[in-house]
Design a protein around this ligand. Structure first.
Ligand code: NAD
Length: 259
């Protein structure tokens, strides 16, 4: 399917692995030139080289921490005038509600709420000027239903979701759409790290921790980065211009709700 975005340019944050990489690959397959980012240059350059070879698009890499002011400045410089912004960063660590001090909250809010907001504020004005733009924020199923051990994530992502709900409705008249994708469990390094935590806490092996989690999902499996990326690319397509301020849950049916 031709998504109608061949020749557009996208910034995909945190995209050397996992869900961000899935989005970068799917956009590249649709003919979108990329600015890719991750903290470590080696994995980022490898991922970028692979995408150039497979899809023939232009890829610029910016190795930096997207959650810092200096990282955001570098990214906004490299991505000046992009048509598409995919916001992503690593998720906060698990813990108990008693574990976290103010600094932990500030760090989580910086990474998973204020960073995507800063990049939207920096990059949406030129989309508005051109009369076309797409923003997709990678958030979490924890926005729909809390994951008790991920209190920092629950808090920060709820804040971003509130901001997007209002802002998406302010920019839609200019042809710019802002939506969130809420991943349930996907087969990435983040899932391995979460399952490792469960296996240690419950004194079971990693395969058992994964099997236990899979049993709670109607699809009986984890999602893939390719499925995630395809959804992201569709939200960035010409066909998705009437999808505004939505929270698209990709969780294999795990969230048990009629609506
Ligand atoms: P991952 O650990 O597999 O990959 C994270 C990617 O982000 C890597 O490329 C890493 O280099 C990059 N990165 C991390 N922190 C960064 C930073 N500060 N600056 C620049 N790059 C950075 O993670 P993932 O599974 O792809 O998850 C992506 C996001 O989705 C995370 O916020 C995670 O909490 C959330 N999420 C994931 C799942 C899941 O099952 N995988 C479920 C719900 C939410």
């Amino acid at each position: 399917m031709d998504l109608g975005i061949h020749g557009k340019r996208a910034l995909v944050c945190a995209s050397s692995r996992g869900l961000g990489l899935g989005c970068a690959e799917a956009l590249a397959e649709a003919g979108v030139d990329l600015v890719m980012n991750a903290r470590g240059a080696d994995a980022l350059d490898t991922a970028a080289g692979d995408i150039r070879a497979r899809f023939g698009v232009d890829v610029v890499t910016v190795a930096c921490d997207v959650t810092t002011d200096s990282g955001q400045a570098k990214l906004m410089d490299a991505a000046d005038g992009v048509d598409i912004l995919i916001n992503n960063a690593g998720g906060p660590p698990p813990g108990m509600w008693t574990d976290w001090a103010r600094e932990d909250f500030v760090q989580a809010l910086d990474a998973n709420m204020l960073t995507p907001i800063a990049l939207m504020q920096g990059l949406m004005p030129s989309m508005i000027e051109k009369g076309w733009g797409r923003v997709v924020n990678i958030t979490s199923q924890s926005v729909k239903a809390p994951i008790p051990v991920l209190g920092l994530s629950n808090a920060a992502r709820a804040g971003l979701t509130g901001f997007v709900a209002g802002t998406a409705r302010q920019v839609a008249q200019h042809g710019v759409t802002v939506n969130n994708i809420l991943p349930g469990i996907h087969d990435t390094d983040r899932a391995v790290s979460l399952d490792t935590g469960v296996s240690k806490a419950q004194n079971i092996d990693l395969a058992q921790a994964r099997a236990n989690r899979e049993a709670t999902i109607p699809a009986r499996r984890y999602g893939t980065r390719q499925e995630f990326g395809a959804t992201c690319a569709f939200l960035c397509s010409q066909f998705a211009g009437f999808i505004v301020g939505q929270n698209v849950l990709l969780d294999g049916g795990a969230h048990n709700a009629t609506l």
